[in-house]
Design a protein around this ligand. Sequence first.
Ligand SMILES: *Cc1c(COP(=O)(O)O)cnc(C)c1O
Length: 376
Amino acid sequence: MISFNTPPHTGNEEAHVLAAMKSSKISGDARYGVMCQEWFENELACPKALLTPSCTQSLEMAAILIDIQPGDEVIMPSYTFVSTANAFALRGAKIVFVDIRPDTLNLDEKLIEAAITPHTRAIVPVHYAGVACDMAAINDIAARHGLFVIEDAAQGMMATYQGKPLGALGHMAAYSFHETKNITSGGEGGLLILNDERFIHRAEIIREKGTNRSQFFRGMVDKYTWVDLGSSYLPSEIQAAYLWGQLEMADVITANRLATWNTYQDAFADLQAKGKLVLPTIPTDCQHNGHMFYLKCRDLAERTALLAHLKQNEVMAVFHYVPLHSAPAGQKYGRFHGEDRYTTAESERLLRLPLWYGMERDIRNRVIDAVRAFYK
Ligand SMILES: *Cc1c(COP(=O)(O)O)cnc(C)c1O
């Protein structure tokens, strides 16, 4: 069976992990942790990047940082991973789901404004498949209504919008280094990106269990104490060392994924021309990162048949997401604003093909052949 994903591994990781293990400090914010954060601050030209144990926890930190209170409303797509919503629901927010665009499957920027109420505090665009949302429009709406923009850029590392990296576009952003993402910190991990200096001081406190320990380590205070809400949002040095091995190869990993992605796109172009399936759309101001290759079938029945056909041919394809507004917790903690024109329909048609760093040519070709055989 051809697996759906293989975690990225470049060969650089072992030496760094061993070096970290042999160092005298293996908890968070040690040598590799600091090196990784500086790498991101440089890459994103942001005032602060903080490693976290997951993108989920980065989003939780963002919700605390913007002081989400019970009754506040947060706008996001329903077509996303549960963590996008959970992070804000945990603080008592009402989640307001807005429909997606059928081309990119991203939040439809034209529908956001109608969903804003006096309780709205933030917009959370999700850059699906590493393809940016229309951030010019979203940031403009947010500025006019005094809202925060928190990018769920879990899938967006190394992708750009109008030449700027995803994650550098909102007030804050979250990356994921889970094993299913383009870059991993040893299976689990994340990053909180702060694009506004105002948040740095409090973010360091929240991340250090609500204490001013970061200031203490810098010699700015003579003891550290509990000063705010917080939790344990630091990954270990072992994870940072693994991540460092991947950051050294980030360009290579991205180029390799894009090459496989482009081969898929070319291989199915004629099927799209014949109207048999729909391939991803990349807006001209977006450079994606080859995070995901999906195709859209006619409907749920055809997707179910294609999935079964691929499985028979030893290809593990998958689909996602169950729209959050149709899930039990989504109904409890959220509401859908406006009409669900595309969220449910598109999620029922979408199918993701295997794609990973270093995917062998013959494996990729077997996937292509299996899909083409179905449409013969
Ligand atoms: C993967 C993912 C997350 C969660 O990332 P973790 O690092 O596993 O917490 C959140 N949002 C989106 C859109 C994702 O794809």
